[in-house]
Structure formats: C-alpha cells, structure tokens
Write a protein that binds this ligand. Structure first.
Ligand code: AMP
Ligand code: MG
Length: 405
C-alpha cells in the first residue's frame, strides 16, 4: 500500500499553481503573490524629518547660540526652499527637509520664542533626517512570488501606489457529500438513522483556511448513477472533495465511479494511513479529485494530510505541508502495525518544551476529539508502543507553520 509520503508526492506532482489574476489591494490579503514585488520608486521619496523640531545646518549649531527661524514646514508642505544660511526651519514629523539643511534638532533640545531657537543640547550630525531611499531603493526586490500576502505587505504595496495586485487565482473547490443517511445542517428534525452532513461544513471551512473557495453541492444518495452524475458536474472546478462512499461496502460507489471517470489519470484508492485507509485521488482533466472517507475524523485528517497541501499549491503557496516538530508524550500511545497513525492530541508548552496528550478516544467517528485537537501525533508503521516521556513527532494544528516539500 502507498505510504502517506508517497501519496502526497504523487498528488503534488500533478497539481500546479493556477493562473494570475488582478485583485484590489485589500483582497490580496491571504492570497499569494503571482509575481515578485520590485520597487519602482524610492521610499521615502524625499528626505523628511523624523521628529518635531528644527531643520538646521549642523555646522552652524552651538549650545547657547540663538539662530533665527526663517520658515515653518508642516507635514505635507515643502516650505520656502532652500534654507537660508544662518537660519533654521521650524519642522514637523514627516515634513520635507529643505535643501541646505542636513540635521533636525528635536524641540526638546532647544529653547525657542517663535522667532529664534537656541540649542540646549547638540544632536549628532545628520540626526533625525529620514533620507530618501533608506527604506526602499528603486529596483529593490521586496517580496518574492509565492508569498502569502500579510497586512504588513499591504502597507508596503500601498506605499508604493499599488492599488491592484497580481495574485494567484484562488482554487474553486466543489464539496460533495455522499450517503443516504445525510440530512442538511438546518433540517428541522431528523428521522432515526439520519445524521447531519457535518463533513461538508468542516471541509468547507478547511478549504477556506487553505486559500480555496468552497462550493457545497447538494447531498448525493448512495446510488451509482447519482454519484456518476454528481462527479461529472463536480469536476467543473479546480478541485473536488467527496466524502463517504469510498470504501468497499455494497453502497460505496465513489471509488468505482471515480476510477471510471478518470481513466488513465486515476491515481490511487488506498493509503497506509490511520485514520483514513480508503482514500482516492485522481485528476479529471484539470480538476484534482480527492475521495475522502466519510468518518468525520478520517475526512478531517486526510484533508489535512493530502488535500490541504494540494489546494495550497493550486493557490500559489510554496510552503505546503505542516512542519513536523518533536514533542514529549504525556500519556502512552499504542504500537503501529502497517499503517502510519495520526493521533489527535492536546498540546501544551512547559518551560518552552511542547508536550502532547493524545485524546482518550481515537475513534474516527468522534468529532468532539477532532475539535479538541491541537496537534496530530505521528506513529510511523511498525513502531512499538511508547510510554509517557517518549519523544514523538507531531504536526501542530493550532498554528500555520508549513514547509516547502
Ligand atoms: P462511509 O465512508 O460512507 O462508509 O461513511 C463512514 C461513516 O461516516 C458513517 O458512519 C457515515 O454515516 C459517516 N458519514 C459519512 N458522510 C458523512 C458526512 N457528510 N457527515 C458526517 N458523517 C458522515
Ligand atoms: Mg456512506
């Protein structure tokens, strides 16, 4: 059976970042730059004052010697250029320093009467002047392609006058739930045997977090013709996530239907992972299709392991899978046989060291344990049981910490 690492490698080899699109500046947050940001101008564009004070020629300053104030320059104004020799300019933070001045003495270091100012303490030569281009030089490479745009980046883009940004298109992801037992989240009352379609909402939330645009489609019954039709429609997106019906039971049609639809582009149907052994992947045209198991925990964990990195790659990210870090085990973990186990666990930090406590129930139907999980503890195949205090590898779910594959 395919290892999780080999399955992810297969998936990532077959998806590529989507094309670029232009979006308004604020819509770039959380999206990925399609091209590097290169400065087309200097920041600051002109020398300006870092303080409220007086723009001076440093060589003319002496403690106790008054100098007349020849002009006043507020932020947004340029004053009467240049600074007349033997005089100073009253200046405020962010105002353009007049030609001739080389230093700003801050107002706390002078006495002044409105007509002249007298230094009580001398600044360093050149102090309190933010020189043109000291922040950003024209032609400077500022941000690489593949970078997830942050609020700080938006500030930089705005300062450079970029009101429109070229980002990678966000993948549109169909979310298709199969199962005769499923009812809508807002169905007024459920018959015995029915459950709410929680997977669709969980997966939609996870798709958003991965940078995709979820499209939940109507519940599909456990009927081969209905599954065929829904898959054919669902692949009109950049990715398709199905949940349920991917095992080998009499009513599990997704695997067979996907194999028929994908033909030669069918990838795999089983991965040596727990939770989640039945897990299908195929490319149908340009659509990456993930047949996720129906059990909520299995669907959530396999999404995290396999679909999230793929959606992030489609969305242009270069850091795709969560980083694996080590932690100390706080309670025992059973041995692994042939499958790699991902156990839900609570995380805490003790004196800067991460500790994990695996959930008591690792049942793949236990949604409460998935909601409570801060981390997944990884047990590679054929690992013996481990006791409290052992060092283990984990994936944190509580932070976004990802690495390039
Ligand atoms: P399946 O993979 O179709 O055999 O389903 C496995 C288990 O997951 C069953 O208990 C289903 O009722 C449950 N399940 C399947 N689909 C969903 C869903 N969309 N939301 C919540 N639970 C589901
Ligand atoms: Mg089912």
């Amino acid at each position: 059976m395919l290892t999780p690492a080999a399955a992810l490698e297969t998936i990532l080899a077959r998806v590529a970042p989507l094309a670029a699109e232009q979006v308004p500046l604020l819509d770039a947050v959380g999206r990925v730059l399609a091209a590097p940001l290169v400065a087309d101008r200097a920041l600051p564009a002109w020398d300006n004052s870092a303080m409220d004070g007086y723009a001076v020629r440093f060589a003319e300053l002496a403690v106790g010697s008054p100098l007349p104030i020849s002009q006043t320059i507020a932020a947004g104004h340029t004053g009467d250029h240049p600074l007349a020799p033997g005089t100073v300019a009253r200046i405020f933070t962010g105002a353009a320093v007049p030609p001739g001045a080389d230093t700003v003495i801050m107002q706390e270091d002078v006495t002044a009467d409105g007509h002249s100012m007298t230094p009580t303490e001398l600044p360093r030569a050149g102090a309190n002047v933010r020189r043109q281009g000291t922040d950003v030089q024209p032609g400077q490479a500022l941000l690489p392609a593949g970078r997830g745009v942050t609020a700080g980046d938006v500030g930089l883009l705005a300062a450079l006058g970029r009101s429109v940004v070229s980002v990678v298109r966000a993948p549109v992801v169909t979310i298709l739930s199969t199962g005769d037992e499923l009812a809508a989240v807002d169905a007024p009352a459920l018959a015995r045997g029915q459950i709410r379609n929680s997977n669709a909402w969980m997966l939609a939330a996870a798709v958003r977090a991965a940078g995709g645009v979820p499209r939940i489609v109507p519940i599909v019954p456990d009927d081969r013709a209905a599954v065929d039709a829904a898959l054919a429609e669902g692949v009109q997106a950049d990715a398709l996530l199905t949940s349920g019906g991917v095992s080998v039971g009499d009513y599990d049609h997704v695997g067979h239907a996907l194999r028929a639809l994908a033909g030669d582009a069918f990838g795999f149907w089983k991965v040596a992972v727990k939770p989640g052994k039945p897990l299908a992947f195929a490319m149908v045209g340009r659509c990456a299709v993930f047949g996720l198991p129906g059990n909520p925990v299995s669907a959530g964990v396999t999404f995290e392991l396999f679909a999230a990195p793929a959606l992030r790659k489609l969305a242009g990210h270069t850091r795709l899978a969560r980083r694996r870090v080590s932690a100390v085990l706080d309670s025992a973990l059973p041995a692994a046989q042939g499958r790699e186990i991902y156990a839900r666990a609570a995380l805490r930090e003790v004196d800067g060291v991460l500790h994990v406590d695996p959930a008591r129930t690792q049942s793949s139907g236990a949604l409460s344990s998935l909601a409570a999980a801060d981390a997944l503890v990884i047990t590679p195949p054929h690992t013996p049981a481990r006791g409290a205090g052992s060092a283990v590898q984990i994936m944190r779910l509580d932070i976004e910490d990802r690495v390039a594959p």
